[in-house]
Design a protein around this ligand. Structure first.
Ligand code: F6R
Length: 243
């Protein structure tokens, strides 16, 4: 897997947005797998700009987000449902009923996770799965130790993930668990697009691209997929260059 390396984060995010736009122009009814996190914010800003200038429509698109926190309602500003509405869905012509985020308020998160997995299967294949990468190598909320066979499930978040996501919660506690698509679920996507920017991602990117699956770096599972594109900025790529 040879990553595409661009000079800075805005260029990398634009390149990702352009790929998503190309998929939707080619197949307006595409099923997209979406990610949240700070890395994705400029991607969604570029998609909104493209929609407003008439370059892309989401009117026939279906989306599945990778993950959602357990125990906060969808209108909590830190929830991934609220985040997606704020960054993308509220500003484009997507049918909200075709946007899916796991149910973080379900009385039984295990059952909600299974139901989400089934919904993804029933939608057919995810055409394009967008991924960020955690500093500890997680994809979705598949933390180190996750298995290649993992499916959508209820997971406990690692302390470094809680710390990395604290900014989104100001002084409140970051929820300790989440529902996430599993690694096997992610790998069923037809194609996968990973965006990593900034120095903090160097080591995770290097391990992910080193070859072979190491459960201490869940993103290394992507090496087992035949259609993965990594888009990095120069900062995230620094140590990937020496692999
Ligand atoms: C979020 C997600 C996570 C993030 C990762 C990077 O839906 O799936 O795997 O992509 O934690 O987050 P940022 O971009 O905030 O560094």
């Amino acid at each position: 897997m040879t990553p595409i390396i661009l000079a800075d984060a805005p260029q990398a995010a634009n390149a990702v947005a352009e790929r998503i736009i190309a998929v939707l122009r080619d197949k307006p009814e595409a099923v997209l797998g979406l990610a949240t996190g700070a890395t994705m914010e400029p991607v969604y800003a570029a998609l909104v700009a493209a929609y407003l200038s008439g370059r892309v429509s989401f009117s026939r698109t279906t989306t599945f987000n990778l993950d959602e926190y357990v125990g906060i309602p969808p209108d909590h500003p830190g929830s991934y449902r609220a985040t997606m509405n704020r960054l993308l869905f509220d500003h484009v012509d997507i049918e909200l009923s075709r946007t899916h985020v796991p149910d973080g308020m379900a009385a039984n998160p295990e059952e909600a996770a299974e139901a989400y997995e089934l919904q993804i299967r029933q939608a057919g294949c995810i055409d394009l799965q967008l991924l960020g990468i955690g500093r500890n190598g997680h994809i979705g909320f598949n933390e180190p130790g996750s298995t290649l066979q993992s499916r959508t499930r209820h997971v406990v978040l690692h302390s470094e993930t809680l710390a990395a996501n604290q900014d989104f919660f100001e002084d409140a506690e970051v929820p300790r668990s989440a529902i996430t698509m599993g690694i096997a679920t992610i790998l069923t996507a037809r194609s996968i697009l990973v965006l990593a920017t900034g120095n903090a991602k160097q080591s995770a990117v290097r391990q992910a691209l080193a070859g072979g699956y190491h459960s201490d770096c869940p993103a290394s599972a992507l090496a087992g997929h035949t259609d993965v594109t990594w888009i990095l900025d120069d900062a995230a790529a620094q140590s990937a260059r020496v692999v």
